[in-house]
Design a binder for this molecule. Structure first.
Ligand code: TRP
Ligand code: ZN
Ligand code: CA
Length: 450
């Protein structure tokens, strides 16, 4: 290990050294060097604030959207299918409603079966662009009917949730994005096109995709997708709080647009109230409705009209949808002031090996923020000797400071790092190494602010 004075900083004078030495002695005399046995305080010093509760989604508004979609089908040959005028009219209706309240909308075109298809993407301005929560529904019907339960129901509930975000002036920590897919009925064509056209960086920014396809079935069951456990839990908790039993969705996993996201490694979840499968006696006992009858006897038929909706089911699934968007979108901004620190002193060996000080982070959902604050307090007689790294829970290392010729003393500063690619919870470490002999010091403490 070289001495810095000999190899790197020949200009430094003995006088300056003496003064720095006195500085450390002064710090000792002033009691700034506390005992190494001082207990580490690792933990939140400010409790996480609960996320704002989602508003109740007015079922009357959701049903008004369904009436519009029904009228669009009726006026366009009885359907809202891919490549037919009823599809484009459906998209224009949803887009206009979103544009009117401040969404940034875009229409993405694709081709399928010789016809042009469209996805509608609506971004709510604000939130962390590196932490996106998406909710989506397919907007196309089959050719044989107006598609009100399949999937006017999901389309209308996602739309009304997006409008509720705007009404509330909701500004969650994460960025919210809503989507209406074209050509799902041709094999999830629109959603696959969307996902395939995202860069890998854009894909990695999506924290979760929530899918809503058939959520007002007339003989409803309450099915939660068994995919990402954290998303699944948010839905299950909502239904449990209302005393409504749920089951895992098994009527064709991968049969809707969430599959496009899941295939790209994006966490997914969603709700479903049943299609052509028959309700069992046990299911009728716990949910009501008719045993031995399909959850949706009008599935893919001309009778999938506004009469083909169970209002109670649609009311519940719409509210659960909004709850999930509020809960999963909260992100770190809804947990302000979370501080995790370690105030134990750690001597830093002169020209020696690295030392580490751990901070254990708990109770924070999702990833760390894109502007994670790392407060560092190092007492040292020559800070140019110091190399400082932040080690994330998965062991990945971010350099905060390199060694240099800076002859100033202590490092008392806050670094801001983009930690959005790291899980927040876990053991973080500050790693400090003094790379040149002569001057010495110690880590007085450090903290992470989320
Ligand atoms: N996506 C199917 C359709 O539109 C309906 C469906 C069947 C479904 N099984 C599912 C949707 C399971 C979600 C989950 O025809
Ligand atoms: Zn369908
Ligand atoms: Ca040194």
């Amino acid at each position: 290990m070289p001495t810095r004075a000999g190899r790197r900083n020949p200009r430094r004078s003995p006088l300056r050294r003496a003064a720095l030495g006195a500085g450390l002695a002064g710090a000792l005399a002033a009691g700034l060097l506390t005992s190494a046995a001082a207990p580490a305080t690792a933990g939140p010093t400010a409790p996480a604030a609960p996320a704002a509760a989602a508003p109740d989604i007015p079922i009357a508004n959701v049903k008004a959207h369904l009436s519009r979609l029904q009228s669009i089908a009726t006026g366009n040959g009885g359907n809202r299918a891919h490549g037919r005028p009823g599809y484009r009219a459906s998209l224009d209706y949803v887009k206009a409603a979103l544009d009117a309240v401040g969404y940034t909308t875009s229409v993405q075109q694709f081709t399928s079966g010789g016809a042009t298809g469209y996805n509608l993407i609506a971004d709510w301005p604000g939130g962390d662009p590196n932490q996106v929560i998406m909710a989506g529904a397919h907007l196309d019907s089959v050719g044989s009917g107006p598609g009100i339960n399949d999937n006017g129901s999901g389309s209308a509930a996602v739309l009304e949730t997006a409008l509720a975000v705007a009404r509330a002036g909701h500004q969650p920590g994460k960025h919210l994005r809503f989507a209406w897919w074209g050509a799902e009925e041709l094999g999830m064509v629109g959603s696959r096109y969307y996902v395939n056209n995202l860069s890998s960086a854009e894909r990695s920014r999506i924290d979760g995709y929530l899918n809503f396809d058939m959520i007002g079935s007339p003989n409803a069951g309450y099915f939660v997708y068994d995919d990402d456990p954290a998303i699944e839990k948010v839905f299950k908790d909502w239904f449990a709080a209302k005393g409504v039993p749920t089951e895992i969705e098994t009527e064709g996993d991968g049969r809707s647009d969430h599959a496009s996201f899941k295939n790209a490694g994006i966490p997914v979840g969603g709700l479903f109230t049943g299609a052509s499968r028959l309700k069992t006696t046990a299911q009728a006992r716990k949910w009501g409705g008719t045993a031995g009858r399909a959850f949706d006897p009008c599935y893919h038929s001309s009778c999938d009209t506004t009469a083909n909706i169970d209002d109670t089911a649609l009311d519940r699934t719409s509210d659960a949808l909004a709850h999930a968007v509020w809960t999963l979108g909260a992100g770190t901004a809804a947990q302000p002031g979370g501080e995790f620190e370690n105030t134990a002193d750690v001597p830093i060996p002169d020209g020696g090996s690295a030392v580490e000080s751990p901070v254990s982070v708990t109770g924070r959902s999702g990833n760390a923020p894109s502007a994670l604050k790392v407060g560092v307090d190092i007492r040292h007689t020559y800070r140019g000797d110091l190399v400082i790294d932040l080690v994330a829970p998965d062991g990945s290392v971010r350099r905060l400071k390199d060694s240099d010729d800076d002859s100033g003393d202590d490092v008392v500063t806050t670094y801001t790092v983009d930690a959005s690619g790291e899980t927040a919870d876990g053991t973080w470490k500050l790693r400090v190494r003094d790379v040149y002999r002569q001057d010495t010091g110690y880590l007085d403490g450090w903290k992470l602010t989320f």
